[in-house]
Design a protein around this ligand. Structure first.
Ligand code: SF4
Length: 218
């Protein structure tokens, strides 16, 4: 589908903070939602400092690692965050569905809550990076998402691991402790394993199955 919007070409090379500011100036801070997995602190820090007050959403799947919750608390203490924790619907209770049907589990714990979080918004900001793996290798910085009918920003799309590490160092950001224990990609604890050096970052997500994405980035 052809995008109904033409975006300024300079955004593809722009710094993450400039991309975020462009979106706030173009669409308004209130129309933006930043979804963060708290795998690391970079997107949350960049968004909260470039666009103060922007809504940052954490999808609480009921199966987050304790280390991820720790990083959330650290960043809440460090930054003035407009953090919204979005839970599954009330009838979704811990049920071990992940053992039987990961697609259904992601649908009720990630996709449905995300759709609720994005309802009525115009801009969705994500932490997707091209180096995450083959399914994300061509991720644009800015695009129109025809599925959700909004502008999708991936302001870190071109960032390397070194870029991320340098940003964390400059801003003295806390790290998710799992990142130094072999987890370059961090999702829910039942579906995330550490990976061997040199493996794809997302090789530990739903390891042993054909599933590579949770359905958020379609
Ligand atoms: S990643 Fe695993 S536990 Fe988390 S929602 Fe998907 S299937 Fe369920």
């Amino acid at each position: 589908m052809t995008s109904p919007i033409t975006f300024p070409p300079h955004l593809e090379q722009a710094h993450c903070a400039d991309v975020l500011r462009w979106a706030a100036e173009t669409y308004g801070t209130e129309s933006m939602v930043v979804t963060a997995s708290f795998e690391d602190a970079v997107l949350v820090h960049a968004a909260a400092t470039a666009v103060p007050g922007v809504e940052i959403v954490l999808l609480d799947t009921q199966y987050l690692f304790a280390e991820t919750r720790w990083l959330v608390d650290e960043l809440k203490a460090l930054l003035p965050l407009n953090l919204r924790v979005v839970h599954p619907l009330a009838d979704v209770q811990p049920d071990n569905l992940w053992q039987r049907d990961t697609e259904a589990c992601c649908r009720v714990r990630k996709v449905e809550p995300l759709n609720r979080a994005l309802a009525g918004k115009s801009v969705w900001v994500t932490g997707v990076r091209r180096v995450d793996g083959p399914t994300r290798a061509n991720a644009p910085v800015v695009s129109f998402d025809p599925v959700r009918n909004l502008v999708k920003l991936n302001p870190l799309a071109a960032w390397t691991d070194d870029d991320m590490a340098l940003y964390e160092q400059i801003h003295e950001l806390p790290k998710n402790p799992l990142s130094e224990r072999g987890y370059p990609s961090i999702g829910c604890w039942p579906c995330t394993r550490p990976v061997a050096p040199g493996d794809d970052k997302r090789a530990g997500r739903w390891a042993g199955s054909a599933k590579t994405e949770c359905g958020l980035h379609v």
